[in-house]
Unconditional design. Structure first.
Length: 228
């Protein structure tokens, strides 16, 4: 560690912190930048602050070029009923840390970032929706075995049930709060017994979830945002 504190590096209206790492075995000054935009400066133990500032000034073009590979998109995106801040970077992979989603992209074009984000949502849906299905399945004793599910982009529905028994869910569903996800899954499971929207279907919904109408109203707000 180091007792030397340097001012943040300003670039494109954002300040990037600089962390100085001083160790006795460091013989040279070295710069590195991680995917969070933190600048690390490794330095010999006995070095003056002015030398570090001069070194940073001499390498500011290199720093700016590296920081171009980090893009913060301030628009918020829904996930499980909460808001995420998207940070896209040139590269591969993704990570979710609290309310920050870091997403690797090939370039920063809007369509590229949008496609990468949709892929991430679909991956999360493929992982999480089966767990929600397993959670609510005991509420539906008429379902003898776990039905297969599919995830895809849908224009007019949150989900549907096929005569053969498999369930399809909208990729956007993973953006809803968990209780709304469960509501949609229960809705489709009820269709395995009542393949319509008859009074018997709604009576079945009422028997397994007395608050289903409140959840349906909440879901309507998301419907206007994501389903066209």
């Amino acid at each position: 560690m180091s007792s030397i504190i340097l001012p943040a590096f300003s670039f494109q209206n954002r300040d990037y912190p600089i962390k100085v790492l001083q160790r006795k075995n460091n013989r040279h000054l070295r710069l590195s930048i991680n995917n969070n935009g933190q600048i690390r400066l490794s330095a010999p133990f006995h070095i003056r602050r002015k030398q570090l500032l001069d070194f940073l000034y001499a390498h500011q073009d290199w720093i700016q070029e590296k920081l171009k590979n980090i893009l913060e998109i301030k628009d918020e995106h829904d996930f499980l009923g909460a808001s995420l801040q998207l940070q896209a970077f040139l590269g591969r992979g993704s990570s979710l840390n609290g309310a920050i989603l870091r997403l690797g992209v090939k370039n920063f074009e809007e369509k590229t970032v949008s496609a990468a984000l949709h892929t991430w949502y679909k991956q999360q849906a493929q992982i999480l929706l089966p767990t929600y299905l397993a959670k609510v399945l005991p509420q539906c004793p008429w379902v003898e075995k776990t039905p297969p599910i599919r995830i895809r982009r849908m224009r007019r529905q949150w989900g549907n049930c096929a005569h053969k028994g498999h369930l399809t869910f909208n990729t956007h569903l993973i953006k809803a709060a968990p209780e709304l996800i469960e509501h949609v899954i229960l809705h489709e499971l009820c269709h395995l017994k009542e393949f319509n929207h008859s009074p018997r279907f709604y009576a079945l919904m009422q028997s397994i979830d007395a608050n289903w109408q409140d959840k349906a109203q909440r879901l309507n707000a998301l419907t206007r945002r994501y389903i066209r």
